[in-house]
Design a protein around this ligand. Structure first.
Ligand code: FAD
Length: 269
């Protein structure tokens, strides 16, 4: 395991201020020392409360993608940008619904990431998961419980295999453009961690926050988006406590006005 001191702005897509001690997992043996509660993937749906906390992350050795036995095999540390490039070059459409989301595939499997009426569970064949005490196990899709942004996985995903679905290359390029422009129009792609809250049953978290008149609400350099009220926007100077303040305010105001309890989608370490 390699240990480094890293600015949080390099680890999270919201680009927080502060630093962490990062334990970089280089091998399967290293996985035995990982503390799951402090594990970070692409950092695209996570905020870190304390400075100099001990985090764990897979190294670039877990970043790979290939076609094998009519499946798309992806290492857990592989970022969506690399997957998108590979899939377009090989006319593969399996994961196109996630184009433009800055995730690692391990985090996407763990969270059952989804968009445009699809989610990981629709495409996954199996995930290789490191389980404390048992080593790496192959869990087939039907052995995992999936729900909205949640799975029953209790270990570290090291690799995932997906259905091998093809599309015309030009169609795929058009889809990338369309997905990314929809995202840019409706929400944000930089300096954010995506949705703050899960959508409650029969409602949209963003609409509730908007109806609570919180669009554009600012706490120092953290701001509730003017475009999509379920997004918080930050910068390299953003203190995590300003984000936590906004999250509390969104939750409290929505509860007071509409008696709806919002549940965080973002993971807070
Ligand atoms: C601009 C933007 C748009 C987004 N849009 C969407 C969207 O449309 N749909 C959607 O579902 N999400 C969206 N997200 C949220 C985010 O991309 C997903 O939740 C994604 O699945 C998180 O993956 P990650 O690797 O970044 O995980 P992280 O944020 O690093 O971690 C999230 C959780 O996953 C766990 N985890 C990470 N890697 C692993 C692993 N290998 N094994 C086990 N556990 C792991 C972490 O411990 C943590 O609990 C968006 C985020 C941003 C910034």
């Amino acid at each position: 395991m390699i240990i480094k001191t890293i600015p949080l702005s390099h680890l999270t897509t919201i680009h927080l201020s502060g630093y962490s001690y990062l334990n970089i997992v280089e091998s399967m043996e290293d996985l035995a020392s990982v503390e799951q509660d402090y594990f970070i993937g692409g950092g695209s749906n996570i905020i870190i409360k304390d400075n100099f906390i001990k985090l764990f992350k897979l190294s670039e050795k877990f970043s790979y993608i290939r076609i094998e036995n009519d499946m798309l095999i992806v290492g857990a540390a592989t970022k969506m940008s690399k997957i998108m490039q590979f899939c377009i070059n090989n006319s593969i459409s399996s994961l196109d619904f996630l184009y433009g989301v800055p995730l690692s595939i391990g985090g996407a499997v763990f969270m059952n990431a989804g968009a445009f009426q699809n989610s990981i569970k629709d495409k996954l064949i199996y995930a290789k998961v490191y389980l404390k005490g048992s080593g790496v196990k192959t869990l087939y899709c039907n052995e995992i419980n999936f729900s909205y942004r949640k799975t029953s996985i209790k270990g570290i995903v090291t690799e995932a295999a997906f259905k091998y679905e093809k599309d015309d290359r030009q169609n795929l390029i058009l889809k990338v453009k369309k997905n990314i422009s929809t995202r840019v129009k409706n929400a944000h792609i930089h300096n954010t961690f995506g949705s703050v809250f899960k959508n409650p049953k029969d409602a949209y978290a963003g609409k509730l926050v908007e109806d609570a008149k919180l669009k554009g609400f600012i706490k120092n350099s953290a701001k509730i988006s003017n475009r999509h009220a379920n997004y918080i926007i930050g910068s390299k100077e953003t203190e995590v406590y300003d984000i936590l303040f906004l999250i509390d305010k969104m939750k409290n105001d929505v509860f007071k006005l509409f008696s709806v309890e919002l549940e965080e989608e973002v993971k807070i370490i």
